[in-house]
Design a protein around this ligand. Sequence first.
Ligand code: ATP
Ligand code: MG
Length: 291
Amino acid sequence: MNEAVMNELVDPTMNARSNPETEDSLNIEYTDTVGQPLCEKAKIRTQNVNVFYADNQAIHNVSLDIGAHEVIALIGPSGCGKSTYLRTLNRMNDTIDICRVEGKILLDDENIYSKKQDPVLLRARVGMVFQKPNPFPKSIYDNVAYGPRIHGLTRNKSELDDLVEDSLIKAGLFAEVKDRLHAPGTGLSGGQQQRLCIARTIAVQPEVILMDEPASALDPIATAKIEELMNELKENFTIVIVTHSMQQAARVSQRTAYFHMGRLIEVGETDQIFTNPAHELTEKYITGRFG
Ligand SMILES: Nc1ncnc2c1ncn2[C@@H]1O[C@H](COP(=O)(O)OP(=O)(O)OP(=O)(O)O)[C@@H](O)[C@H]1O
Ligand SMILES: [Mg+2]
């Protein structure tokens, strides 16, 4: 980690801040993020990010890089701000009226909150897969073709056919649906619907895919398919996944970030976080003492 950069990023008042509730119950003082929040080859850099819902601050001074072609897992107790942080990365929080984001979020060194940035184009570059599969009430084909049509990514029907097929193949769904591309997407099983949503996201050729607990509504077989898929997807995409399953984080990610009450407590190589966490709060979480 580059010390000089870190010093610039860290809010010097942060050590002085305290959180009475946690200190009382756990007798722990907050420190700055420990570990390696910065990457040499960052796809996204978030710097001193604060997020508020009206007067409630949900994210406190988070600085974290997302490395190109990595899978990074965001973990932490319910309500710690994982989804809120994830949504800052493609301005999904814009859709929540009372939500306000402060700090810098750079995609390939460009500020995604600048006035020049079109959020619709941004979300094509930084796609999102939600917890509950949400296919459109359209055919399997039209679900996947939707984004490419809106963004004019193909010149004719045959190119669009190829793109739909390719996206379904990459999402590991093509073999199961090739004979019923014009049947409704909503008629698929939950795990298939989630892979359809992944195909829909991939079809606009994003650079980053955000996943908010993408497998939490799925059975173990469907979950295993999604996890396998993530391994393949990271060749072409950068993936940020929120998960409640520590086993899943350990299986799919190279780096893990541990959030606690809106703060980024620790980030490091996934193996290290799970076998040898540096911060007491991380240790308490992974050993199941809260969360
Ligand atoms: N739309 C919203 N309006 C107001 N407050 C919100 C909103 N969404 C989240 N919050 C608050 O922000 C904080 C962080 O919530 P967030 O949903 O980001 O946590 P999380 O880590 O994703 O939790 P979970 O694991 O339960 O999904 C919580 O205190 C929550 O109540
Ligand atoms: Mg959440």
